[in-house]
Design a protein around this ligand. Structure first.
Ligand SMILES: [Zn+2]
Length: 294
């Protein structure tokens, strides 16, 4: 599966608008030093974001020296399909500003997002460890930098390096935690809480304060009907949390959005921020009802 199988759903003018929006800001900076992991800094109107990938940058220099000659930049836009459910995983994709969405697709054709991947991780890692086909459909949820590496190159590093094995297993556990939290969120929390969670995750990774999403796209991501999403967005707009105009969502009150979200956003973020730390010190996201680790 490569770029030749990628399909586009939007007219050229739409891409041009996204491109202009994407060029108007800078990118969020994530910590890279495994010995000094900190939470990502809170952003203001300007978002200082580095076009890097935390997982790829955590590889040992020897591994990077072998991988780097095979890294290929990929240009994709919002809604492009990276891999269909059941598709062959020829490459591993590392977002460097882009966000990829993993959707579980049902026999009816209905789909719902069960995880998303930003510049903390990668899509297609299972191909480097064992499986060669994707369980999920993967599409571009936020346009931005993206590179890919042939699966067999990463598989060779996975078999050669303990360090790479630990990284890929730690990230896989983090992604599994996100899938589990999202499954609970989708069935137990309100549309508005879920919409807050989703917007916060995109806001963390976007280059601007403005997110270009229609209610129809949001409904698709959240597995909800469009009317419910519109009503939730109207309530959030009335509360001064967001602005919405012609497919563009403005994050107006970030702290208010965090307060209105369910706990799922913070739980998943804590995992994302900790997956490069040694297991004994990893953040477990303690909240009411959860066992507090020593
Ligand atoms: Zn939730």
């Amino acid at each position: 599966m490569g770029v030749t199988q990628i399909k586009s759903r939007h007219p050229p003018l739409f891409y041009f608008i996204l491109f202009v929006l994407g060029m108007s800001g800078t990118v969020l900076s994530w910590p890279m030093d495994q010995k000094n992991i900190k939470a990502p800094p809170r952003r203001s109107l300007l978002k200082p974001v580095a076009h890097t990938n935390r997982l790829l940058d955590a590889f040992e220099p020897d591994s990077r020296a072998r991988i780097d000659p095979h890294v290929q930049p990929v240009t994709l836009v919002l809604g492009d399909v990276v891999c269909e459910a059941g598709g062959f995983l020829e490459y591993v994709y590392f977002p460097k500003g882009a966000v990829l969405s993993l959707l579980t697709v049902l026999a009816s054709g209905a789909a719902i997002e069960t995880a998303n991947i930003g510049n903390e991780g990668a899509f297609g890692l299972f191909a480097a460890m064992y499986s060669r086909t994707s369980f999920n459909q993967c599409l571009v949820q936020l346009q931005g930098g993206l590179v890919r590496v042939p699966s067999e190159i990463l598989r060779a590093e996975f078999e050669r390096s303990d360090h790479v094995r630990n990284l890929l297993v730690s990230y896989s556990e983090t992604q599994l935690a996100q899938v589990q939290q999202t499954a609970a969120c989708n069935s137990m929390h309100t549309i508005q809480q879920r919409l807050c969670r989703w917007l916060l995750m995109m806001h963390d990774r976007a280059e601007t304060e403005e997110l270009s999403y229609t209610h129809e796209f949001l409904a698709h991501m959240l597995g909800a009907d469009r009317k419910s999403v519109t009503l939730a967005a109207q309530d959030m707009q009335a509360a001064g949390l967001i602005g919405y105009q012609r497919g563009k969502i403005q994050i107006v009150d970030r702290p208010g959005l965090e307060k209105a979200s369910c706990e799922c956003y913070a739980m998943v973020q804590a995992r994302f921020n900790a997956f490069l730390t040694p297991p004994s010190t990893a953040v477990q996201g303690n909240t009411k009802g959860r066992i507090k680790l020593p």
